[in-house]
Design a protein around this ligand. Structure first.
Ligand code: SF4
Ligand code: SF4
Length: 110
């Protein structure tokens, strides 16, 4: 996934906080002047890997809201995990309302 780092204007931040159209209108982070998260790839910490079944996904964005690492993103065709940063905590799988995410052993994928 390509990440973009840019500084938002106060007007943009105000509009998104006060009147977001939906979860996709909110940027990955408001701390745009500190890109250290892009340098610390935490995917190698993972022992469990989230696997998304996009046939089940209803694109609600709950996984994105709960992911502590901003490592799952919801697009038009479903949810997509950024495995370079996902630590495999399983919160997304626990919170998904339609059980579209299962956690599998990382060792089965390396
Ligand atoms: S929580 Fe589940 S249904 Fe909602 S966007 Fe994420 S994977 Fe899809
Ligand atoms: S397993 Fe944890 S870190 Fe990985 S996408 Fe799900 S919530 Fe985020």
């Amino acid at each position: 996934m390509k990440s973009e780092v840019r500084i938002m204007t106060k007007e943009e931040v105000y509009r998104i906080v006060i009147d977001p159209k939906d979860h996709r209108d909110v940027p990955l982070t408001f701390i745009t002047d500190c890109p250290s998260y892009l340098m610390t790839k935490t995917g190698s910490w993972r022992t469990l890997r989230p696997i998304v079944d996009n046939e089940k996904c209803i694109k609600c964005g709950i996984c994105w809201k709960f992911c502590p690492d901003v490592s799952i993103h919801v697009k038009d065709d479903g949810a997509e995990v950024d495995y370079e940063f996902c630590k495999g905590c399983g919160i997304c799988a626990k919170e998904c309302p339609v059980d579209a995410i299962i956690m599998e052993k990382e060792e089965d994928y390396v």
